[in-house]
Write a protein that binds this ligand. Sequence first.
Ligand code: GLU
Length: 450
Amino acid sequence: MPYVHETLENLRKSSPAQTEFYQAAEEVLECLRPLFQRSPYYHDHSIIERIVEPERQIMFRICWTDDDGRVQVNKGYRIQFNSALGPYKGGLRFHPSVTSGTIKFLGFEQIFKNALTGLPIGGGKGGSDFDPKGKSDDEIMRFCQAFMSELYRHIGPNTDVPAGDIGVGGREIGYMFGQYKRLTGRYEGVLTGKGLDWGGSIGRKEATGYGAVYFAQNMLEALGKTLEGKTCLVSGAGNVAIYTIEKLYEMGAKPVTCSDSRGTLHDARGIDLDLLKELKEVKRASLEAYLEQHPEATYIPAGEYPEGGHAVWRIKADAAFPCATQNELTADDAQALLDNGVYCISEGANMPSTADAVDRFLEAKIAYGPGKAANAGGVATSQLEMAQNSSMEQWPLEKVDDKLKEIMANIHRQCADTAEEFGEPTNLVLGANIAGFRKVADAMIDQGVV
Ligand code: GLU
């Protein structure tokens, strides 16, 4: 269909060097071909051209002073991509690899993810190339304050509500919330992922990981299977990976791996979750330190597969949960997973599989839950935090968790039903993209040319 092709060509010309964004856009637009054939009115309303263009992009300089008294400079971003369904919503990522293209791809994915939750939230994302690794607590605080000194004027509880992502957890949200309050004098739900004593939602920290496991459970249920007794591979060692591991144990599964930037940890008896939490949440240490208490586990340093493959995907298992970062799972990794008998993949990270890897999973017709569906539990629970803030309530864990389960089951149902409607019942990528797109596009048409 020339419409899709032309739009992608134009994007490459008008937004040079944003490869991750083209990857995300190409996947979505390719999936939409059968929809455009059936419903030409999206074309008549130029929806594709409108949806790939962010409503607003903010880029700014962040100056802060390090512990040696030197002035440091970083780049800051907030992309307000689409507000058809609600206030812009999405995390902030602090990582040295962050560029405007990274934030654009994440913001684009966020539009459809947020739509799938069925909650009133639009798509946004932000971040900085700041590297939190090795920084003192004071440096983190000064950076977060400097970041918020510009961001505060662009956000608000009914306009744009940032949250965490890689490199941004409870500590950073706290420093940014404090600075927002100082600058505006307002105590309001402008960020999610807040501390439980000052407006946060119980269960938000756990929600992305728990949600990814619930999604896997939904996919397996449709095949008459469960997670009970299954060996699972998890990548990453941040918030998403930790709470994926926690929920896998609750489901009777055995998570045997996790990973950080320096390597992969494999403990065949199952990852020691308490130790993992202590190393990553308290000490902020490398995973290698795990071996001091469990010398029988193995630690495989990164770089084992120079072509970009990852040791974590070469271990025999039943299910895999990529919870680290984008493009962490290549076509070779996908083949290794399939050869090793993995039949369920639920993505806790955003776009962790390369386009070729996704093709392998789809060809093999295994249970594959793409990130924009499988990891939507985090942002969904952020919206529950917004609801609690605006009604000045705090809900108990049971209520939040019940809602999360229901939301994940709903997302799975929408993806599966839409995939079925378009004649490819096992293709949840197609299902997620069409179901998410339809909601946003229909709202845009209802709201006129704005
Ligand atoms: N960063 C998370 C995501 O990728 C959460 C965003 C939020 O809670 O707003 O969806």
